[in-house]
Write a protein that binds this ligand. Structure first.
Ligand SMILES: [Fe+2]
Ligand SMILES: [Fe+2]
Length: 145
């Protein structure tokens, strides 16, 4: 069983958001394996760099998708993203300063945050889009009489 297991209840859009999430899940597993196997600081450092960069890129892409969809809770959602990226950068700095245990901590922080954030917060986008689609269908039916 993987350290961070993808599950169907994490599906948000059957599209670019899920693709990003899956890539992040894979990367977290990679980092976890690398730290467990005691891989060198260079390898772990590079993996962490990729994780922080890919996470940041994903969060910005997700915010764009949310803005396009007219998602009403975007501001609060964005604040959560920003706070998380700041935490990640702090951890990364600690790691660069020589605290090797931080890498293991990072895979845990990422797994737990992502798993909760996707299931609770990103899921709100899915609910919002589904609600809009239901309303659109209802309006179309009403038009047809
Ligand atoms: Fe996300
Ligand atoms: Fe998000």
């Amino acid at each position: 069983m993987a350290y961070f297991e993808w599950a169907d209840d994490m599906v948000i859009d059957n599209g670019p958001i899920d693709e990003d999430h899956r890539k992040l899940v894979d990367l977290v597993n990679e980092l976890h394996t690398a730290t467990r196997e005691g891989k060198g600081r260079l390898i772990i450092g590079r993996l962490m760099e990729r994780l922080v960069a890919d996470t940041d890129e994903h969060l910005r892409r997700e915010e764009q998708i949310m803005a396009l969809a007219g998602f009403p809770s975007l501001e609060g959602h964005r604040k959560g993203h920003d706070a998380f990226v700041n935490d990640l950068r702090d951890l990364q700095k600690k790691m660069q300063e020589g605290q090797v245990t931080v890498a293991a901590q990072l895979s845990m922080v990422l797994r737990d945050w992502l798993s909760i954030h996707i299931r609770r917060n990103d899921k709100e986008l899915r609910c919002f889009v589904e609600k809009q689609e239901r309303e659109k269908r209802r309006a179309q039916l009403a038009l047809k009489g």
